[in-house]
Write a protein that binds this ligand. Structure first.
Ligand SMILES: [Zn+2]
Length: 372
């Protein structure tokens, strides 16, 4: 039996450079029309019970080289449970993955994948509920719908959107958890939220990049989170349609869900440095963040991004653009690819299978603190 490596499937990404028995040199493929790369997802077949050595040789030039030290790849034989591979190591720009698959078909990835097929399962599950509304906000360049689910009857318009960066699959796992929580009729917090707020939920802002196995861009190689000041139908229709829909409803609270390659922690990024920042916005953002830290050991505020100086915010990003445009409280939630090193899980790392309590650990990060 020979080793076979393939990635010609939904969200797949790898190129085989060289293969010698049960060892192979691999490269991650750049996003189409872009230089970004870091997401990988492929199948290893025909190696059950044999030690396999895989070298991803182009890691030094990836989007976030600091993402590789202390990182462990994930593997699954059923594509449901994704376990960290202990024999992952990084040196001199090469990520080496050494392991012995138990079965003849095993899938490896940068993080537990969230395929477009699973996305459609998610939309089907929630769009079928009588109290959940569905709308396509428009089509991507590849012709996929930008799906939006609406829940609740309240006056406050809350926008939750994820996966502007398609390789950050934890963002859509988070959405799965958030939707499960919000639609749980036995949950008193969810009931209050749906009474006071109308939730507009875009679980996947970048279906083309997701299906194509991109890290960071859409079908035209555009980073959607640098388009919010001037989205266009030619380059960034995904942003244009979502922003237009936001203009119609207004926005009181917005959360943009992401993953961070390098920082092994959960953290928020805010809107410091926007031109018209108000004390109210700053106070509410701080209140949210403090409450989150109080209720979730998986959240912290000591690690994160540098704050922009007054007037120096990058207004092409959604969080800053929305805070400025609507005077709202807006934030980016970042979750780790590696793990939360303050509360590590050697078996799964940060993962959708949740050492905590629901399918998406971070769902509680967001929704619980609304009650305060
Ligand atoms: Zn991101």
């Amino acid at each position: 039996m020979a080793l076979t490596i393939s990635s010609a499937f939904d969200a797949g990404n790898i190129r085989v450079v060289k293969q010698d028995g049960f060892s192979a040199d691999l490269e991650i493929v750049k996003d189409h029309l872009s230089d970004f790369y870091q997401w990988f997802y492929f199948r290893v077949a025909g190696a059950g019970g044999r030690e396999v050595t895989l070298n991803i040789v182009n890691c030094a030039g990836s989007a976030y080289p600091n993402g590789w030290p202390d990182y462990k790849a994930v593997a699954s034989s059923d594509r449901e449970e994704w376990l960290r591979i202990d024999g992952t190591s990084y040196a001199d720009g090469v990520l080496t993955i050494r392991f012995t698959p138990e079965t003849d078909c095993v899938w490896l990835a940068y993080f537990a994948p969230y395929s477009m097929e699973r996305h459609h399962d998610l939309v089907a599950t929630y769009a079928s509920l009588p109290f959940v509304g569905y709308e396509s906000l428009g089509k991507s360049l590849d012709g996929q719908d930008i799906d939006c689910l609406t829940i609740g009857d309240g006056d406050l318009n809350v926008w939750l959107y994820a996966r502007q960066h398609p390789g950050e699959s934890m963002a859509e796992w988070w959405m799965e958890g958030a939707l499960e929580k919000l639609t749980d009729g036995d949950d008193p917090v969810a009931r209050v939220l749906l009474r006071d707020c109308t939730f507009h939920i875009v679980p996947n802002m970048n279906p083309d990049g997701s299906r194509r196995g991109h890290l960071r861009t859409n079908a035209a190689g555009i980073n959607l989170n640098r388009e919010w000041h001037a989205p266009s139908a030619e380059k960034s229709p995904e942003v244009l349609y979502v922003r237009n829909a936001m203009d119609e409803t207004g926005v009181d609270f917005a959360m943009d869900v992401h993953g961070d390659e390098a920082i092994p922690a959960n953290f928020l990024a805010g809107f410091e440095g926007i031109p018209s920042i108000t004390d109210r916005q700053t106070r509410l953002f701080k209140l949210f963040s403090e409450n989150l830290e109080r209720i979730s050991p998986d959240f912290q505020t000591s690690q994160g991004y540098e704050l922009a100086a007054p007037g120096q915010a990058n207004m092409s990003m959604s969080t800053t653009q929305l805070a400025e445009r609507y005077g709202c409280v807006s934030m980016t939630l970042e979750m780790p690819f590696k793990d939360n090193f303050d509360l590590p899980d050697p078996l799964y790392g940060w993962s959708p299978s949740d050492r905590n309590s629901s399918p998406s650990p971070a769902s509680t990060l967001c929704t619980r603190s609304y009650r305060n």
